[in-house]
Design a protein around this ligand. Sequence first.
Ligand code: ADP
Ligand code: MG
Length: 238
Amino acid sequence: MAQVAISNVAKAFGTVKVLHDVSVDIADGQFVVLVGPSGCGKSTLLRMVAGLETVSGGTIAIGERVVNHLPPAKRDIAMVFQNYALYPHKTVEQNMAFALKLRKTDPAVVAERVKRAADILDLNPYLKRYPRQLSGGQRQRVAMGRAIVRNPQVFLFDEPLSNLDAKLRVQMRTEIKELHQRLKTTTIYVTHDQIEAMTMADKIVVMRDGRIEQVGAPLELFDRPANLFVAGFIGSPS
Ligand code: ADP
Ligand code: MG
């Protein structure tokens, strides 16, 4: 596991600046939620941590290393997306094993890691099924399984529950938190949902228009919002 330090990070697409001087420190093992309205720059920031977008200014460090110029595969992170991005023609087991096989991992290690992930996520009955034969929640579990098998230093989640219905969202929230309590992997979780932020985060980062409005524990933000935007955003139902 590792700490993540985002220091004075900026991002421009051409002449359009979408992130301005963003700094966030995430402690080893912490579960940090980036929350804010659609378009405020959450995904862009997460993708920069993942190495899927270049950094226009500032630095991103994972553990002891500044990773600005490291490709995604060398960053020791695993990302879970909203749309699952499972391979339709691979079984659950093959989906989970694929990234490890690409890295030429010893087959015995692959088998052991897939088994462990399946145990943790209750996926054992579904290992031979294809994604189309699974429910939305099961697919999202497979997507998490693919992240877990890599034993990453950092988990990155981008709105992983937004395609699920309300009831399943509540259940998956609990499952992701239990997963974190069990593995204690440093996590950055992006959502536009205040309830997810309030119930899941050790620390919430509230963003608006490419800037950070406030950082704090859920109750801190609720009790002492820095401004009306945070008060309105954290205080209102999703
Ligand atoms: P969020 O995830 O908070 O909804 P994003 O990070 O996706 O926000 O987007 C932040 C801003 O950056 C938006 O205005 C979006 O249109 C813009 N943006 C994101 N990706 C690109 C891109 N590849 N090219 C140009 N603009 C982009
Ligand atoms: Mg987004």
